[in-house]
Design a protein around this ligand. Sequence first.
Ligand code: PLP
Length: 411
Amino acid sequence: MAVINDNYLKLPGSYLFAEIARRVNTFKNENPNANVIRLGIGDVTRPLPQAIIESMHKAVDEMGNEATFRGYGPEQGYNFLIQKIIEFDYSPRGIKLDEDEIFVSDGSKSDTANIQEIFGLDNIIAVTDPVYPVYVDSNVMAGRTGELGTDGKWSKITYIPCTAGNNFIPELPKNKVDLIYLCFPNNPTGMTISKEELKKWVDYAKANKSIILYDAAYEAYIQEDHVPHSIYEIEGAKEVAIEFRSFSKNAGFTGTRCAFTVVPKEVMAYTANGEAYPLNKLWNRRQTTKFNGVPYIIQRGAEAVYSEAGQKQIKAMVDYYMANAKIIREGIASTGIQVFGGVNAPYIWLKTPNGLDSWAFFDKLLNEAHLVGTPGVGFGPSGEGYFRLTAFGNRENTEEAVNRFKTRLKL
Ligand code: PLP
């Protein structure tokens, strides 16, 4: 008899987006002429930049020619891309990385979900709350999280609340934790962390022999000089941190799929008898066994992100979304609603007015302004009373949405 991994049955299901779809459909059936604008999606909308398209076209032609055809590539990614990543993303910030410390992949979603496989099941994990759900769910599937309580929390996860009350700065846990997921700029709050605050986490990890899993998928959206782009800007971080980066949000690769994960050779975890073991070696083993590399054509597209034209074009794209973010942030703030994020991230996190819970505000926004966003509680218990909007729409819809916020919403 084949037995299932019954940890999967513990997962509550993708209630959030299913419930949003259900409510929007009901509304549309009752109001067939309403023009509903969605500011809820975390997906980009601008087309791929020209430099990337040209590079991929060229690679397609190479694949059709016997002399330049490529079959399986290195599981860790082609050197031409890895060298550019080091040269552009790390060296200018004084971070020295070797080529075999970078692992090119098909996405930060897969990498942040898969990384837990190289750690034992007894590790205590910590997540900021609210949180990108992949970190939690992948640990549920592995059987590391205990049971789900009526408060929406898993019994063996340490939740680190990030709310307006602590200015969205995660505080060090009182209990000892082993694996710490941090994401900055943050999805969903759109907030960042200073070098001083991040250093506290690096110091904690060093003192407790913990590992920080640092998701920097939104790094390209950082506008302010003092905000760290990489955890490796913090002294000592190479000993305790793995960093995830993606081309999804900086270059429009959500449907094209390319990302990378940095696992420095210094970063160690421990065997049952306390011997230090390099995680780089384990992740390499995992990837070479379970992953066969990102397509050559896609990696050539990602390489073009670093060309002179590519750099200009991706900056224009990020600027476009950040102009949307400013429109949303300032427009909504002018109604008296408290807004957070949207300065170094494409997400705007607002405090629901008049003490409404996240879903009540969702219904109000849909009914009064025909706008769809994401209820904050869907990202974790500390998201209750908050609401997420994204800057990934087009300009016209963004402006119209803000106009409706100002004129139609009864506050
Ligand atoms: N990490 C965070 C925090 C995200 O919000 C997302 C996507 O929304 C991802 C990772 C996924 O990135 P990718 O498209 O590279 O899988």
